[in-house]
Design a protein around this ligand. Structure first.
Ligand SMILES: Cc1cc2nc3c(=O)[nH]c(=O)nc-3n(C[C@H](O)[C@H](O)[C@H](O)COP(=O)(O)O)c2cc1C
Length: 324
């Protein structure tokens, strides 16, 4: 497929399916993404962020973890972090050999360690560097490109960012409606997402606090072409399918599987054993993930405690089975 066809395919998917599962560091590896595809049919699903340096020079285990793709996945958006043209050139030698549908630049990460290296949301404060990176992506990528931004504190700079995005001929823009100082709890600014949707010449996806059909509808009503789900997709792989069904634009709904959260959690941890680090990694990841499942499904505190006591998959299976 040539690049124009690849772009048209993604644009059509966004029109048809409207929702995308966003990138979540520590979560969105291929095991998580496979789970989303088992229950829902998003336009695409994003990987967790990986730096271009790791893509170019990372170990086999890092590549397995961050660049591993399952045969059970639909279109994948690989999210990268970069701060220079050189980063991009080196990384795309690897990326262009992978089966990815879209490559997204992270220009929103608020983490200090990332910002200090000139990546993530720091790129928004250096429009020349943002342009350099996006132009390099445009030059080197064999697939369409996108960028995910947060809002800047100074609203008057929105046009400047948009001008850079247009100049680099980026294909999609995702706007998370908070600044990097807002963290995740400040209310999402829908009006400012709407400003981007109105003024961008490319499809814009709105992101932040979408947890059900009402909040997805609220996001769509500011004029965005698509909606990116973030945290609320964790522990609820059926969420995108449910929203699509409620809003009446579903095509390939698959959400008829078992929805028992304890079973889902156990199966997720079990499948994570195939990632580098095996059972130990899977159990440790489970300690972090259980808080998402607990929040979404009102799990009792003793259940969370039991998960955190488990040292092996067998322990976890024995602990979870009583909640099936
Ligand atoms: C644990 C965690 C990890 C995240 N990792 C990434 C990431 O790797 N790349 C990125 O662009 N955004 C990342 N985000 C931000 C989300 O993609 C999303 O923009 C944010 O959570 C707002 O959407 P939500 O309110 O629907 O969760 C992360 C957020 C959380 C909570």
């Amino acid at each position: 497929m040539n690049s124009l066809n690849k772009l048209q395919t993604l644009k059509k998917r966004l029109i048809d399916f409207k929702l995308v599962q966003g990138p979540l560091a520590g979560v969105s590896h291929h095991v998580f993404r496979e789970g989303v595809w088992a229950y829902s049919e998003p336009a695409w699903v994003c990987s967790e962020m990986i730096s271009c340096q790791t893509i170019a020079n990372g170990s086999k285990a890092l590549h397995q973890r961050f660049l591993g793709i399952s045969k059970n996945e639909g279109p994948l958006c690989l999210q990268i972090a970069a701060s220079s043209e050189k980063d991009i050139k080196d990384a795309f030698g690897v990326i262009n050999t992978l089966n990815v549908a879209l490559v997204d630049l992270n220009a929103g990460c608020p983490v200090q360690k990332v910002r200090k290296r000139g990546m993530g949301s720091a790129l928004l404060e250096s429009p020349d560097r943002l342009l350099e990176v996006l132009l390099a992506m445009r030059d080197h990528s064999a697939v369409p490109i996108s960028v995910k931004i947060r809002l800047q504190q100074d609203q008057s700079k929105d046009d400047r960012v948009l001008a850079v995005i247009h100049k680099a001929n980026v294909d999609f823009l995702t706007v998370h409606g908070r600044t990097y100082l807002d963290g995740y709890d400040v209310a999402v600014n829908h009006a400012r997402i709407g400003y981007f949707a109105k003024n961008a010449r490319i499809p814009v996806l709105g992101n932040g606090d979408v947890c059900d059909a009402t909040s997805a509808h609220q996001m769509l009503s500011v004029g965005v072409s698509g909606v990116m789900v973030g945290r609320f997709g964790v522990g609820q792989p059926w969420l995108i399918g449910d929203i699509q069904r409620s809003l009446g634009f579903a095509f390939g709904l698959k959400s008829t599987h078992d929805r028992n959260p304890a079973k889902l959690f156990f199966q997720h941890v079990e499948r994570m054993c195939k990632l580098p680090g095996g059972e130990k990694f899977a159990i440790l990841s489970g300690y972090g993930l259980i808080k998402y499942f607990a929040k979404r499904h009102q799990m009792p505190p003793e259940m969370i405690e039991q998960v955190r006591q488990c040292k092996t998959l067998l322990d976890l299976g024995n602990a979870m089975i009583r909640y099936y």
